[in-house]
Ligand binder design. Structure first.
Ligand SMILES: C[S@@+](CC[C@H](N)C(=O)[O-])C[C@H]1O[C@@H](n2cnc3c(N)ncnc32)[C@H](O)[C@@H]1O
Length: 262
């Protein structure tokens, strides 16, 4: 935690989207490279087609870059209207919107294994803008966590640094995760990233709560939540700078047990 972040707040109005983007997505260090590689691999390996939800996406569109390779339609959600507004600014090509082009270029190169052109980056950005059909408010503490959604479950749910980064309470983390996966179809795929060994995380001058979890905690939770161990891939990477309030990142792709047909 920086010296100017003396306490952890749960006042989410202090979450500054621009400061967050600068702090965590201002460069493509080893954490972000591992994250983008994981997302490219996960989207390659899960069955393609259908509707995808990004739950608690914050102001960040990076998961959608590879998501367009496995989903026909994307809904993007966050707890804060300010974050949805930031995403809407990128979709609307507003002046000063965050520049995701370096992340798009990296994702394309990870997907194909070859260098990509500026034109290809531009094409992928257009594809993402077309594929995102809804921006929704969400609240993982609610049994029906999506506001204004049709209620029809999704084929794929992505959720990155959301449930464990929205509370410091382990029981609450379980509740949040259970509500999030409730909007995933039986047989659907969950693609999740989480802070590993975190005590909190800073955003500008504020610090927000996090639950201290490790790979085994996530595996146990997914097991309890009805995900098949046979279709579970868990990876992790160490934090790439000593100033972080977490030890690293955990990534997992898991299939929800399909509905019984008998
Ligand atoms: C660390 S950010 C992660 C943002 C983004 N997914 C990413 O990968 O950078 C945590 C996010 O959790 C959201 N959040 C906070 N409370 C929440 C809640 N009760 N339900 C859902 N999301 C919440 C915040 O608005 C914020 O966007």
């Amino acid at each position: 935690m920086s010296p100017s972040s003396p306490f952890v707040t749960e006042d989410w109005s202090q979450f500054d989207p621009a400061a967050y983007l600068d702090e965590y997505y201002g460069d493509l260090g080893s954490e972000n490279l591992a994250l983008m590689r994981f997302l490219a691999e996960a989207c390659r390996n899960i069955p393609s087609g259908g509707r995808l939800l990004d739950f608690g996406g914050g102001p960040a569109i990076y998961p959608l870059i590879s998501a367009v390779t496995c989903a026909d339609e994307i809904h993007f959600s966050d707890y804060l209207q300010a974050n949805l507004d930031e995403v809407a600014r990128w979709i609307g090509k507003a002046p000063g919107a965050f520049d995701w082009d370096p992340f798009i270029q990296t994702a394309l190169e990870l997907e194909s294994g070859t260098a990509c052109s500026a034109e290809e980056v531009h094409e992928r950005a257009s594809q993402i803008r077309q594929r995102v059909t809804r921006l929704l408010r969400c609240d993982a503490s609610c049994a029906a966590p999506l506001q204004g959604a049709t209620g029809e479950p999704y084929d794929i749910v992505m959720t990155n640094f959301c449930a464990e980064s929205a509370t410091a309470d382990r029981v609450q983390w379980h509740v949040y995760m259970s509500n999030i996966v409730s909007v995933l179809k039986p047989g659907g795929w969950l693609v999740i990233s989480a802070l590993k060994g975190a005590s909190r995380y800073s955003v500008g001058d504020a610090s927000f709560p996090a639950v201290e979890i490790f790979e085994d905690d996530l595996v146990e939770l997914l097991d309890e939540a009805g995900f098949s161990r046979k279709c579970l891939d868990v990876q992790s990477v160490a934090a790439d700078r000593p100033t972080r309030d977490y030890q690293g990142l955990i990534f997992a792709a898991a299939q929800k047990t399909p509905a019984r047909t008998d």
